[in-house]
Design a protein around this ligand. Structure first.
Ligand SMILES: Cc1cc2nc3c(=O)[nH]c(=O)nc-3n(C[C@H](O)[C@H](O)[C@H](O)COP(=O)(O)OP(=O)(O)OC[C@H]3O[C@@H](n4cnc5c(N)ncnc54)[C@H](O)[C@@H]3O)c2cc1C
Ligand code: SF4
Ligand code: SF4
Length: 357
C-alpha cells in the first residue's frame, strides 16, 4: 500500500514488474494526484517498489499499522475509478552527451530537492561536471528546513540525495549565494548552463487588512524557525495565547496545527530546533482553528495528512457540521477532484464533524 508520506516522485513506477502503480508520469492526473496508488488486485508483492521509495511510503498490506488502515481502501478505490489498463512499461531513455560535445559543465543554484534531482540526473552522464551553489552552510533546502520534524520518513529523503553530493564529478560550494558571492555573469562564464533551483524565497501577502500586525506571522518564518533554519535562529514567537489561528488549509497548515496541538513530547526525539522545543514546552495554545477559503472537498491538504491528524490520540479534530457538503464551499479557483477523491475527502471531514471532543 502507498501511504501518507508519498511525495509523488514516481521512483517506484519503473521498478514494478507488473506495472500496477498509478498514475504514472504522463498520465493525465499525474501532476494533480494527492499520491500514487498500488492496484492490490494486480500487485504480486515482490517488494521492488518499496526498495526504491525515498520516504518509506510503501508498506506491505500485512504490516499496515492501525492508524494507516484507511490506505487499504484509498489504494483500491483509485482503481475502481481508473481501471489499470495498459501495463506496458514506460520507456526509460538512457541519457548521454551528443558525440560532438566533448564535455558539459553545469552550475546548479540551490541544493533542495529540485536542484539535487537535476544534479543527480546530470552527473550520471559521463563527461558532465556539476557545480552546486548553496547559500546556506548545509544542503537539502526545504527537505531539511520545511518538512515537519515529526515526518521522519519524509525527511529521510535526504539520504537519497547525499550520494549525489559525493560523486566525483559534483563540486559543492556551500555558504555561497549566487548574486552576492558569485555573479550570474561569472557562473555563465565558467559553465555551459546554469540551472536555478532556488525554491520559493518570499511570502505571498494575503492582502488582508491587519496581516502586518503583531502576532500575525508567515508560515515560512514559523516553519523555518522550528526546523532550525540559520536565518531564523533568533526569532521569537509568542505562543502564550490559548487559541491559534492558521490561515489556509494545505499540508503546511496541518503541519503547524499538529505542532501546536500535540503534546510537546511528540517532538522531543525529533530534529526540531531547541528554541522551538523550549517555546512549545511553555506554550499556552490549547485550540487551533484552521480558517480557509476552500471547503473540504477542494482543500489543498492531502487526505492522508488530514487522516493522520485525525488519528492522533491526543488531538480532537473537529469540523463544523454545516461545512461538510460540497455545496457549502464550492471552489472557484481549482477543478473538482475526482468523484472518489471527493467522497474520501468529505468522509474524512464528516467523521471529524460527528465527533464530540
Ligand atoms: C513547511 C513545509 C513542509 C513540507 N512538507 C513536505 C512533505 O511532508 N512532503 C513533501 O513531499 N514535500 C513537502 N514540502 C514541499 C517540499 O519541501 C518542497 O516542494 C521542496 O523542498 C521544493 O524544492 P526546491 O528544490 O524547489 O526548493 P527548496 O527546497 O526551497 O530549495 C531551494 C534552495 O536554494 C537555496 N538558495 C536560494 N537562493 C539561493 C541563491 N541565491 N544562491 C544559492 N542558493 C540559494 C536555498 O537556501 C535552498 O537550499 C514541504 C514544504 C514546506 C514549506
Ligand atoms: S510490490 Fe507490487 S506494486 Fe510493488 S513492485 Fe512489486 S508488484 Fe509492483
Ligand atoms: S517512490 Fe515512494 S514517494 Fe515516490 S511516488 Fe512511489 S510511493 Fe510515492
Amino acid at each position: 500500500m502507498i501511504t501518507q508520506s508519498c511525495c509523488n516522485d514516481a521512483s517506484c513506477v519503473a521498478a514494478c514488474p507488473v506495472q500496477c502503480i498509478r498514475p504514472r508520469p504522463g498520465d493525465p492526473d499525474f501532476t494533480t494526484t494527492e499520491q500514487l496508488y498500488i492496484d492490490p488486485a494486480t500487485c504480486i508483492d515482490c517488494g521492488a517498489c518499496a526498495a526504491e521509495c525515498p520516504v518509506e511510503a510503501i508498506i506491505h498490506h500485512t504490516e499496515l499499522p492501525d492508524r494507516m488502515e484507511e490506505f487499504r481502501s484509498i489504494n483500491a478505490d483509485y482503481f475502481t475509478e481508473h481501471p489499470l489498463g495498459d501495463v506496458t512499461p514506460q520507456a526509460v531513455a538512457r541519457r548521454r552527451l551528443p558525440q560532438d560535445k566533448p564535455h558539459l559543465r553545469v552550475a546548479v543554484v540551490g541544493s533542495g530537492p529540485a536542484a539535487l534531482y537535476a544534479a543527480g540526473e546530470l552527473s550520471e552522464m559521463r563527461r558532465v561536471e556539476v557545480t552546486i551553489i548553496e547559500r546556506l552552510p548545509t544542503p537539502y533546502g526545504l527537505a531539511r528546513f520545511g518538512v515537519a520534524p515529526d515526518h521522519e520518513r519524509t525527511r529521510r529523503m535526504t539520504d537519497r540525495f547525499a550520494p549525489v553530493l559525493r560523486r566525483p564529478n559534483v563540486t559543492c560550494l556551500f555558504d555561497t549565494e549566487a548574486g552576492r558571492d558569485v555573479s550570474i555573469e561569472e557562473l555563465r562564464r565558467h559553465h555551459h548552463a546554469v540551472i536555478w533551483a532556488t525554491g520559493a524565497f518570499a511570502d505571498r501577502p494575503l492582502g488582508v487588512p491587519g496581516e502586518e500586525l503583531e502576532g500575525s506571522v508567515s508560515a515560512r518564518d514559523f516553519v523555518a524557525w522550528y526546523n532550525g533554519h540559520p536565518d531564523f535562529s533568533d526569532h521569537r514567537f509568542d505562543l502564550s495565547g490559548r487559541r491559534a489561528v492558521v490561515i489556509g488549509n494545505g499540508n503546511v497548515a496541518l503541519d503547524i496545527a499538529r505542532l501546536l496541538a500535540q503534546p510537546v513530547t511528540a517532538y522531543e526525539q525529533t530534529s526540531i530546533s531547541p528554541q522551538a522545543l523550549q517555546a512549545l514546552r511553555a506554550s499556552g495554545v490549547r485550540e487551533v482553528m484552521i480558517v480557509a477559503r476552500r471547503g473540504p472537498a477542494h482543500a489543498a491538504y492531502s487526505t492522508g495528512e488530514l487522516l493522520a491528524l485525525a488519528n492522533l490520540s491526543e488531538v480532537d479534530l473537529l469540523a463544523l457540521p454545516d461545512e461538510t457538503s460540497t455545496e457549502a464551499a464550492p471552489a472557484s479557483d481549482v477543478a473538482d477532484p475526482s468523484p472518489s477523491d471527493m467522497r474520501r475527502r468529505l468522509a474524512a471531514v464528516r467523521a471529524a464533524a460527528a465527533r464530540t471532543p
